[in-house]
Design a binder for this molecule. Structure first.
Ligand SMILES: Nc1ncnc2c1ncn2[C@@H]1O[C@H](COP(=O)(O)OP(=O)(O)O)[C@@H](O)[C@H]1O
Ligand SMILES: [Mg+2]
Length: 235
């Protein structure tokens, strides 16, 4: 399979404090790669470092080009869309305005894309003139994903989309991600603290602890690992 993303010795932090201590991960085209990590492990920092939102060192190869020196805006234009933790929609704007903003990096016409995503997320169409802030948590997360997809990314970064959602809503959300992945070949890098549902859609898994990748494997290996089950699966 062809490789879409590879980080090498990726380091980042805040001020003088390094949080990410040399992370090496890769995502092949068409994979859903899940990075599990406890609260504070550095998952959000890793996503920000990949998408260029914070200063970082090391290599971020995306489609065989090192993008570690590019601004966040240029990273988006290359084909990486980032759904930040906490949704990242504009609550005062309508659903449709949020979708339009998602296409800001594009110069072509995107009206057909809005209709396409309304087809994938019918509830967004029903609420297209409603303020994003008035949507339910699950709907806001769907909007955040649809908005990110308006840039037509090759790789979607999803930061803890399950946060604050009921398990059933999370399952529905992950099913949408899985469908997008299987129908359009979209590659996904998903970070999650709650492993139960994420493992069901994962192609491969990494474990991040205090800013370092400590292991990797198949979802089955993690589901059957006692230590992982205690820490991340709650049983
Ligand atoms: N904006 C920030 N400024 C300073 N420290 C931060 C900031 N964001 C996160 N941190 C610290 O970086 C570490 C990793 O945080 P984060 O990447 O958010 O972890 P996770 O997403 O896995 O919960 C934590 O110790 C956190 O306190
Ligand atoms: Mg986080």
């Amino acid at each position: 399979m062809s490789e879409i993303l590879r980080t090498h010795d990726l380091r980042a932090g805040y001020g003088l404090i390094e949080v990410l201590h040399g992370v090496n991960i890769n995502v092949d085209a068409g994979e859903i790669v899940v990075v599990l990590g406890a609260n504070g492990a550095g998952k959000t920092t890793m996503m920000r470092a990949i998408s260029g939102m914070i200063p970082r060192t090391g290599v971020v190869d995306f489609l065989a080009d090192d993008i570690a020196h590019l601004s966040a805006h240029k990273v988006t234009a290359r084909g990486i869309a980032h759904v930040p933790q906490g949704r990242g929609t504009f609550p005062e704007l309508t659903v449709e305005e949020n979708l339009r903003i998602g296409a800001h990096s594009r110069r072509d016409s995107f009206a057909a894309d809005i209709d396409y995503w309304y087809g994938v997320f019918p509830r967004l169409q029903e609420r297209r003139l409603q303020r994003a802030g008035s949507l339910s948590g699950g709907e806001q997360q769907m909007l955040a994903i649809a908005r990110a997809l308006m840039s037509r990314p090759k790789l979607l970064l999803c930061d803890e989309p399950s946060l604050g959602l009921a398990p059933l809503v999370t399952r529905e959300l992950f099913e949408v991600l899985q469908r997008l992945n299987s129908e359009t070949g979209l590659s996904v890098l998903l970070v999650e603290q709650n492993a139960n549902l994420a493992l069901e859609i994962a192609s491969r898994v990494y474990l991040l602890e205090t800013g370092e990748i400590v292991s990797s494997g198949t979802p089955d290996e993690y589901m059957n690992n006692d230590a992982v089950r205690k820490s991340y699966l709650g049983h």
